[in-house]
Structure formats: C-alpha cells, structure tokens
Design a protein around this ligand. Structure first.
Ligand code: AMP
Ligand code: MG
Length: 417
C-alpha cells in the first residue's frame, strides 16, 4: 500500500502520458525468461537469447553472379574487343582446380567460385564464342558480376543480435552460417482472464442483459501472435473476493497476467483493489483515447496489465502498452512500430493533453496516401477496427487537425497478424 500511495502521489493522481507509462514499464520490468536451445526449424517467432557472431564469411568464397566468362580485368584492351582463349570451366560446386593463367578466360556459371587470377565476369550475353576463343566487348568495370567473400556478412560481425524476434530471413541467415540450432528465450507464460457479471462465453445461452466475451478471444490471438503461451482463466465476476482468488491462482506458474474490464473508477470495478490486496498497483489512468483506464501492477511479484473493457480500447492499449511490455518481459528488443506520414482526409478537434488514436482507412490520391476517419468512433464499435487499415495518432499537443495536414499512421498490419 505504501508503494501505491507513493506512486499516486508521484503522478499527482493525474493522467499519465503514454511516454511516461512506457518509461514506467521499461524502468520497472526486466526480462523474466531463461534461455533454451531449439532446432533451427523450430526457431521461427522465437526471441534470440545471444548474439550470433558470424564464424565465417558469407558468401564463404568470391563467386560469379552470372553465367559467362571469368577473366583478369588487366587482360582487356581498353577501347576495342579482346579475344581470349577459353582454358577451363568452373560450375557451382565444381571449382577450377588450379589458378587461371594470364590471358585465359574461364567458362563460369552462377555461384561458381571465382578462379584465382580472375576478378571480373563477362555475361555470356555480351560475349561471342569462336571455337575455343571468346570475343569480349570493351568497357566492363573491374569486379563486375563478381560477388566478394563476406560481402553479405563478414566473419566476426554480429549477424543477428540478441533480442531479435526471428523471422524467415533470420532463419535463412543462421542456416547460411551453418547453425543447426539456436539459443532462444523461453516462451512467456501468460494468464488471461475477462471480468464482468454481464460477460458470457460464446457457445452458451445468453441471459437478458448479458453480452458475449469478445476480449478474451482478441487478447488470446494477440498474445499467441507475439509468441506467448496463454492459459485461459475464463470469465470472473465483479466481486473483489472472486478476483483476488483468480489473480492469486493466475500468479502461480505465470510470467504475466492480462485482464480486461473492471479497471475504471466505477463501484463495480474491482480489479485495481484486488491487485492492491495481493501486490501493488503502479499506475492506472492514462492520458489516451480510447483506453484511459489501464492498470499496471504486480500480483505476488508477477506483473499484471489490466486493460479496459471496451474491445476497441483493448486493442489500442494492447498495441500501445502491452506489446512493449511483453517484448521487455520476453527478452525481445523493443518492437519498433513503424508509423508512416499520410495526409488527413478529415478535420478534427480534440482535447489537448491526451493522445488520440483514430481508426482510419487509407486511399491513394496521386503521390500521397490519404486517411479517411471511420465514421463511428465509440470504443465499443469493434467492427470499426475490422473496417479500418490502422490508426491515425494525434499527440498530446494537438488540439485541432485541418484537412490536408500530415499525420502519423500506424497500420494494423504492423501490429496484428
Ligand atoms: P468495464 O471497464 O468493465 O466497465 O467495461 C467497459 C465496457 O466494456 C462495458 O460495456 C462492458 O460490457 C464491455 N466489456 C467488458 N469486458 C468485455 C468483454 N470481455 N468482451 C466484450 N465487452 C466487454
Ligand atoms: Mg466490467
């Protein structure tokens, strides 16, 4: 409790900006996962636990980028055609077994090692062959069509840094460096629950006044997409004792607890007080729309993020706060979400002092992308997310937006599968 009152005092009980909340997350939390070794083919989506230092050059040997003739550039006449004898052959997997002689051209194929003594490859389309001799046009640059050893990755370089979430090209690079297994962090174990007396599981009859649980399915998919192993703690009622019991159970054998609903200031919202009973609450009010109530705390030492109840607020706060939090706990380098400048196809007024995320679709207008704001912007309008391409982000300082202004756009494809 001392922790809680200190924190409330520190922020004056006011609203926390997104930057402050992210700094809190970064400052308070550390990676919680140990490392394990997995076969390369099982490493997709995992987070690399150690830097991979290239133990060899990539490519390992200089080789030809085309089918043609390998020569020493110094043998070419500068202003007229050169005729050289074709004295050998090098194919991929079948290097020439001797150095090339001066004045000799070597028939070469893509991927074949460059014979010693050659430095340039003339494409076969630019050559004329006359029984055993090749006629070469003037003007080719020294080193043309030659791939240097180590031009992709040099021996000793960090090929892949620790903290990288591995994707298809990363597995390819590890394989190209000869690695058959990788050291990765354990998957984050996440306990997930919904709160609310009105919330029921799909597939069951719906009593009067009730609604089906959307958030557990949104969050389950988002968490799984980030490589978390999710335990489903179901739907819990709006009673403090029931939430204390559920959170205590969820804190065993999990690295993170994620809840939705029950974090606002209403008398039916008991998540915050349940967290305070079992651990500590670090913050709960954010200067953002949608999604003002978000609780960050810990329960028996396990971090907890309590997201709002409205499904759109769940998605926005997951993208803005839960993703970086999960990256941090899972040992991943902060997922840099790329925002793109687009033109606003609408005007808008907002309260300064808070950050707003507007659902919008993109349309092309000449050289520019223009964002059209989705007409309904309630935090409960889940279809608005489905029918939009991403979020226009308006920062704290903005109070009005004129049509045609350039704004930051975060595509949903950057942050959701
Ligand atoms: P709360 O923050 O608990 O007051 O919830 C805010 C709004 O979100 C209410 O209209 C709830 O009915 C709704 N809500 C809460 N949890 C869920 C859920 N799991 N699925 C869909 N809607 C929800
Ligand atoms: Mg509720």
């Amino acid at each position: 409790m001392a922790q809680l009152s200190d924190d409330c005092f520190a922020f004056g009980g006011g609203l926390l900006t997104v930057a402050e909340a992210l700094a809190e997350i970064d400052g308070r939390l550390a990676p919680v996962v140990g490392a394990e070794t997995v076969p390369l083919r099982a490493a997709s989506g995992r987070v690399l636990a150690r830097d991979i230092i290239a133990a060899m050059d990539l490519p390992p040997h200089a080789n030809s980028a085309v089918d043609g003739y390998a020569i020493a550039h110094a043998d070419l006449l500068p202003d007229e055609e050169t005729v050289l004898r074709v004295g050998g052959r090098a194919a991929a997997g079948h290097p020439l077994d001797r150095p090339a002689d001066r004045g000799e051209a070597i028939r070469i194929f893509t991927g074949a090692p460059m014979p010693d003594g050659t430095d340039t490859v003339m494409m076969q389309e630019d050559c004329t062959i006359e029984d055993g001799w090749v006629r070469l046009k003037p003007g080719i640059r020294k080193g043309a069509n030659r791939r240097r050893a180590g031009e992709d990755v040099a021996e000793g370089e960090v090929a892949l840094p620790a903290g990288k979430r591995l994707r298809a090209p990363d597995l390819g690079l590890a394989a190209a460096l000869g690695l058959s297994e990788l050291s990765v962090f354990h998957l984050l174990r996440v306990a997930l629950l919904s709160t609310g007396d009105e919330i029921f599981d799909p597939g069951t009859p719906l009593p009067a006044g009730a609604i089906y649980d959307a958030n557990r399915f949104i969050l389950g998919a988002l968490l799984t997409g980030l490589g978390c192993v999710v335990t489903d703690f179901g739907i819990r009622p709006d009673r403090e004792a029931a939430l204390v019991e559920a959170l205590a159970a969820a804190s065993a054998d999990h690295d993170l607890i994620v809840t939705s609903g029950g974090v606002s200031a209403g008398e039916e919202d008991h998540v915050r007080s349940a967290v305070e009973q079992l651990g500590a609450l670090h913050f709960w009010r954010l200067a953002i729309k949608p999604g003002r109530p978000v609780a960050l705390g810990q329960v028996n030492g396990v971090p907890l993020i309590g997201l709002p109840g409205n499904p759109v607020a769940v998605i926005v706060t997951f993208i803005v706060l839960a993703r970086p939090l999960i990256a941090k706990l899972a040992g991943a380098a902060a997922a840099a979400t790329q925002v793109f400048p687009v033109r606003a196809g609408f005007s808008y007024r907002k309260k300064p002092g808070r950050r707003e995320y507007l659902r919008a679709s993109l349309e092309r207008d000449g050289d520019m992308l223009v964002a059209a704001k989705y007409p309904k912007d309630g935090a409960g309008i889940l279809s608005s997310v489905i029918r939009s391409d991403g979020l226009v982000i308006l920062d704290e300082a903005t109070s009005s937006l004129a049509t045609g202004s350039i704004v930051d756009f975060l595509p949903f494809s950057e942050v959701m599968d």
